[in-house]
Design a protein around this ligand. Structure first.
Ligand SMILES: C[S@@+](CC[C@H](N)C(=O)[O-])C[C@H]1O[C@@H](n2cnc3c(N)ncnc32)[C@H](O)[C@@H]1O
Length: 201
């Protein structure tokens, strides 16, 4: 047992539905870069269920990286790499391409908007020709919330930092398009969240 291991109740709730989508959209043998891995629990869950997938977790926050490293030591999964310190807004993520997928779960609403175009800019640099970007989280449609729970959640986000907020799907799609990525799939998820899959246009 390591003190550094953190647990997120939402990760425990959403990891199985997210795995269902990833199992379908990732190839048998994919190299995945996860942005904003947080506690590291998604990395462990996906890597355990998808042994042919090589998973590189990352987070800009040192305590998150300590949690990921502690989970990694506990789970002894050979297909999870040590966590990288990546802030998507950095021009160089210091990681060798190509990746088959860039995964960001519950990240773009809890970071300033600049993180969204920066995420797609990094993906355009690092993805192979058939690579995908997978995003999971709540989204507005046509500028409007899709559920009262998402509206309440945005109130909580804005209290934390006024630059945070539930993003509009159309604006996210535009940011992807600016980097040559098109929205290939929208999958409805529990609790009024969406999984989005982007591929090179
Ligand atoms: C709500 S947590 C989500 C963690 C995990 N993906 C999950 O769903 O449990 C948001 C994460 O985004 C990370 N984050 C915030 N701004 C970021 C940025 N500019 N670049 C990369 N990660 C960022 C934070 O460090 C934090 O770990």
């Amino acid at each position: 047992m390591s003190d550094a291991r953190q647990s997120s109740p939402s990760a425990a709730r959403n990891r199985e539905p997210i795995l269902d989508v990833l199992r379908r959209v990732l190839g048998e043998r994919a190299r995945v870069l996860e942005i904003a891995s947080g506690t590291g629990e998604h990395a462990m869950h996906m890597a355990r269920a998808l042994p042919g997938v090589s998973w590189c977790p990352s987070d800009p926050d040192a305590s998150a990286r300590a949690s990921i490293e502690a989970w990694r030591a506990h789970e002894t999964l050979s297909n999870v790499a040590p966590p990288l310190a990546i802030d998507v807004r950095d021009g160089d993520w210091n990681v060798a391409p190509p990746f088959d997928a860039i995964v960001a779960i519950n990240m773009i609403h809890i970071a300033p908007w600049e993180a969204t175009p920066a995420l797609f800019a990094g993906a355009a640099r690092l993805l192979g020709p058939d690579g995908i970007v997978f995003l999971y989280g709540p989204y507005k449609r046509g500028g409007k919330h899709t559920a009262p729970s998402n509206e309440a959640f945005e109130g909580w986000l804005k209290q934390r930092d006024p630059r945070f907020g539930v993003r509009d799907l159309g604006e996210v799609e535009n940011a992807a398009q600016a980097r040559g990525l098109r929205l290939r799939e929208i999958a409805g998820m529990p609790a009024d969240n969406l999984s989005l899959v982007f591929a090179r246009a």
